[in-house]
Structure formats: structure tokens, C-alpha cells
Design a binder for this molecule. Structure first.
Ligand code: HEM
Length: 279
């Protein structure tokens, strides 16, 4: 037996369990993370200092890279890989659960593919995927990626979003956020079928209304985040952030860490070649 066919037979033998884990991972931790993430980002509407406070709290979590891989990246990769497998094998629950909303089922697949491309690119763009120095300096940053500085949260986010004329990234983010929102809202509905929560037509209709309201709420948080980023004055935000950092370091609330600050990195302008002096 080839390794490919044994992997396939492993999937077929454990299909029930894998599908349940796929459904669960989409809700918790991935879906729950997305809600908290978009609401945290929307807090930028209340100002750079509020957003910075929230990012300080997130970055005070001990062993953050380990937490990110165990509870965010790992589950996202698992959910995406199994999702592609389900979509490719085409074995939907249509017959089994009399799931007649075919259009919603195709949108679920399509938005799943968009979400994979969006999340992969978005994490590379802002976070960089890995924190190793050689990776950041030799690969991510020269490509214009890994742009977010947690101790200059709003200003670095606004600068990152304004690259390429300030329109390319916001459009990419808008499409990505809306795709992720649909995928999660409709995914909650399909998960309710998987777990036997709504099986009668009446309860399924009620669940549809609930999921639609939820989707509008989360989508609004995503759009609010983008509006907040686009209306942030990055220079003014940096002054506030640097002051907050100074106060926290002096009060021993934050350990000094230049890697998490804009000033600890080479500025984009500094990377450009020096202009030749006029004779
Ligand atoms: C309004 C749109 C969004 C904005 C402005 C935004 C902003 C950010 C920022 C600033 C980071 C870096 C955090 C850090 O390194 O501390 C980040 C990371 C991340 N984002 Fe988003 N995000 C958006 C939408 C989304 C959506 C829809 C998802 C879907 C699940 C998502 C998933 C992630 C993941 C998985 C990470 C890496 C986790 C981590 O940093 O620990 N983002 N995002």
C-alpha cells in the first residue's frame, strides 16, 4: 500500500471522529478566536490608547508563541486541511441530513478557500508566522511582511495597511473578513446539524435567523476595524504608544523589548538607498 492510500484509508476509517473534530475546531477555538480578534481590532475605533491597552494585555500572555501554535495556528491548519479534504471528496452531508440549502453549501466551500488564502497572507503580512530573527530579517521583512509592532499597535497597523497606495490591502482585508464572516456564521448553522441541535424545519429556520444576525454583528466588527485602521493618524498614534510604553517599562509592567517596537526596526525610509548629493 502506498503512503497516500494508507493516509486515505486512515481518513475513511476515522471519518466520523475527524468530521466531529473538524466541526468542533471551527467553533472552538478558531471561531471563538475570530470573534475576540475582530472585537479587539474594532476597539481601535475608541482610540489608539484603548487598542494599545488591549494589545499589551494579549502580549502579556506567558509563552505566547506556544499558545499561538497550540490554540490558533494548529487548529486553523487542521480545520483548513480537513475542510479541503471534505470539499475535494465531495462527500457532503446533503443526503444524510436533508440539507437542501445548496447555494449556502457552495458558498461555504468557496468562502473556505478564500479564508485559507486570506488567513495565510494576513498572518504573514502582520505577524510573520515565525518570530525567529533570521526568518524575519532575511525573508519576511524584505518581502514587506511581518509589519505589526505590538508595542506600536495602531500606528504600525495603519502603516502596514497603507502600503501599495493604501487601497490594495484594505480591499483584500474587506473580501477576506467578509468571507471569514460568512464561513463562520453559516458554519455555526451546519455545525448545529452535525451535532443534532436543530433537526426540524422550524428549528432550522430559527437557527438561520440567529446565524444571520450573528454574521451581521461580526461582519460589522470587521468593517469597523478596517474603518478605524484607515482613519488612524499613524504619527499621532505613535506618540501616544511610545508614551504608554515608557510608563509601563518604568512601572515594571512591561519588559523592554525593542523587537516589538517600530523604533527597534529599520524604518522603511532607511532601507531606501541614500539620494546622491547634488554637485
Ligand atoms: C479587520 C480585519 C483584521 C485586522 C485589522 C486584523 C489584525 C491583526 C493583527 C494586528 C494581527 C497581529 C497580532 C499580533 O501579532 O500580535 C493579526 C493576527 C492574526 N489574525 Fe487578524 N485581523 C483581521 C481579520 C482577521 C480574520 C477575519 C481572521 C480569521 C480568523 C484573522 C486571523 C488572524 C490570525 C490567525 C492571526 C495570528 C494570531 C496571532 O497573532 O497570535 N484576522 N490580525
Amino acid at each position: 500500500m502506498t503512503s497516500n492510500s494508507s493516509a486515505l484509508s486512515f481518513f475513511h476509517r476515522n471519518e466520523f471522529l475527524i468530521r466531529r473534530l473538524h466541526s468542533l475546531s471551527g467553533l472552538v477555538p478558531v471561531g471563538a478566536y475570530m470573534c475576540v480578534h475582530l472585537i479587539t481590532n474594532a476597539s481601535l475605533l475608541a482610540g489608539a490608547s484603548v487598542f494599545q491597552n488591549n494589545v499589551f494585555t494579549i502580549h502579556s500572555i506567558p509563552f505566547l508563541p506556544l499558545v499561538e501554535w497550540a490554540f490558533i495556528f494548529g487548529p486553523i491548519l487542521f480545520h483548513a486541511a480537513v475542510g479541503v479534504w471534505i470539499a475535494q471528496t465531495g462527500k457532503s452531508n446533503v443526503q444524510q441530513y436533508r440539507y437542501t440549502h445548496n447555494r449556502r453549501y457552495s458558498w461555504q466551500r468557496m468562502t473556505g478557500y478564500i479564508a485559507i488564502i486570506f488567513i495565510f497572507t494576513h498572518v504573514f503580512h502582520l505577524h510573520g508566522w515565525f518570530h525567529m530573527d533570521w526568518w524575519l530579517k532575511s525573508v519576511a521583512e524584505p518581502l514587506g511582511m511581518a509589519q505589526f509592532r505590538p508595542y506600536n499597535a495602531a500606528s504600525s497597523l495603519a502603516d502596514a495597511m497603507n502600503d501599495f497606495g493604501g487601497i490594495v490591502w484594505p480591499i483584500f482585508y474587506l473580501v477576506g473578513v467578509l468571507a471569514c464572516t460568512f464561513h463562520l456564521a453559516n458554519g455555526i448553522w451546519t455545525a448545529g446539524i452535525t451535532w443534532g441541535l436543530w433537526l426540524t424545519p422550524k428549528s432550522q429556520n430559527r437557527a438561520s435567523v440567529f446565524c444571520a444576525i450573528f454574521g451581521v454583528f461580526i461582519g460589522a466588527a470587521g468593517i469597523a476595524s478596517l474603518v478605524a485602521v484607515k482613519t488612524t493618524d499613524s504619527k499621532a498614534a505613535k506618540v501616544i504608544e511610545d508614551e504608554m510604553y515608557k510608563v509601563r517599562v518604568e512601572g515594571h509592567m512591561v519588559k523592554p523589548d525593542d523587537h516589538k517596537r517600530t523604533d527597534g526596526h529599520q524604518h522603511k525610509e532607511e532601507r531606501k538607498p541614500e539620494p546622491v548629493a547634488a554637485p
